[in-house]
Ligand binder design. Structure first.
Ligand SMILES: *Cc1c(COP(=O)(O)O)cnc(C)c1O
Length: 360
């Protein structure tokens, strides 16, 4: 069976080279006589895997020394609650920007722990654009300002890093991390579930400025206390070792391809050509404002939604899998993360044109 082009939003495609290396090392990692899944997290072998992965991630993102990089469990959704628990300190309120479904979920969870100010919302426009920062009503005494740089479901992405002033900026980068360079020093905290652009599900990466330590509520579980996990090298308890290892292979793969500047160029090209094909067609459409369109998740609808099933079946037959839109939105969604080759996007564009030609 040959591999297909997998447009899944997450868990998403991984680079084939990474999977092949993992397969080769599955039963015996570098002559240790055991596979990575079977190694103690305290073993020299796993420690070397862990340290190398962290060093490579730090290099790729140019993470400054005064930031901790944590490899945790619990998913991005876990962080929705853990962020206010860890960062509220003696502040009363937190600021959130609402650009869609993932922002909404983060807001709902934060409300359990803090007074939430929604400083801007794209709801009135149907969540089809990023609200201009000049219209935000940010507070100066919030514990942090949270936003979602890329809304995975709506396909809405920020083309800028918000200016939060002295308030720590917190970003859910689950579906955009590593897709382009980012100035980490602008952020108090960056977090991401791994299963979109880093590695397998079960791993959550948190990059946090150490000066934010000391604000955790006493009820915060130790396993999710950023400072305690940082002090323990993310090994206060057993970390997701296999996910950490695969993430490390992905980081090497990214470095081999020229790092994030190179990924940015490829990702922009992939997104530009797919949106250009959609815009040039009279059959397909994407509702997102041009300056807010995601490079990673491209939702689109067909002119005749009764043909969606046919479109998807034909796509699957052509080796273009998992293009069905999110259940809340319908239509189609092509997730084109780092691991989606440009040839996969080209094949999708060719299929779309052919479907349009033979069905309209
Ligand atoms: C997928 C996703 C999540 C949820 O991640 P889990 O790891 O399943 O909790 C949260 N935020 C964004 C932006 C996502 O894309």
């Amino acid at each position: 069976m040959s591999r297909v082009y997998n447009f899944s939003a997450g868990p998403a495609a991984l680079p084939e080279e990474v999977l092949q290396q993992a397969a080769e090392e599955m039963t015996d990692w570098r002559s240790n006589g055991a596979g990575v899944m079977e190694l103690s997290h305290r073993s020299k072998a796993f420690m070397s895997i862990a340290e190398e992965a962290e060093a490579d991630l730090r290099e790729l993102l140019a993470v400054p020394d005064d930031y901790a990089v944590l490899f945790l469990q619990g998913g991005a959704s876990g962080q929705f609650g853990l962020i206010p628990m860890n960062l509220l300190g003696d502040k009363q309120s937190v600021d959130y920007v609402n650009t869609g479904q993932w922002s909404n979920k983060a807001i709902a969870e934060a409300k359990k722990y803090a007074a939430v100010n929604v400083v801007a919302s794209a709801e009135s426009g149907g969540f089809n654009s990023v609200p201009a920062q000049s219209d935000w009503t940010a507070s100066t005494d919030a514990a942090y300002l949270h936003y979602t740089p890329n809304e995975t479901i709506g396909g809405v992405e920020f083309g800028f890093v918000p200016d939060a002033g002295a308030v720590p900026l917190v970003a859910d980068m689950s579906s955009t991390i590593l897709s382009r360079p980012v100035d980490v020093s602008r952020f108090g905290l960056i977090y991401a579930g791994a299963q979109k652009n880093i590695g397998p599900s079960g791993l959550t990466v948190v990059i946090v400025k150490k000066s934010l330590f000391g604000n955790a509520a006493t009820i915060t579980p130790d396993a999710f206390n950023y400072q305690k996990q940082a002090d323990a090298g993310s090994m206060l308890n057993t970390p997701p070792t296999y996910g950490w290892y695969i993430a490390g292979l992905v980081f090497k793969w990214l470095k081999q391809r020229g790092g994030l500047d190179a990924m940015q160029a490829v990702n922009k090209r992939k997104a530009d050509k797919l949106y250009a094909a959609i815009d040039a067609s009279s059959y397909y459409s994407n509702p997102v404002a041009i300056d807010s369109r995601s490079w990673m998740n491209v939702p689109f609808i067909c002119g005749d939604s009764s043909r969606d099933t046919e479109f998807l079946a034909g796509a699957t037959e052509a080796g273009l899998h998992t293009l069905k839109g999110h259940r809340s939105v319908g239509g189609m969604r092509a997730s084109i993360y780092n691991a989606m080759p440009e040839a996969g996007v080209d094949a999708l564009i060719t299929y779309m044109a052919e479907f349009e030609r033979t069905n309209t």
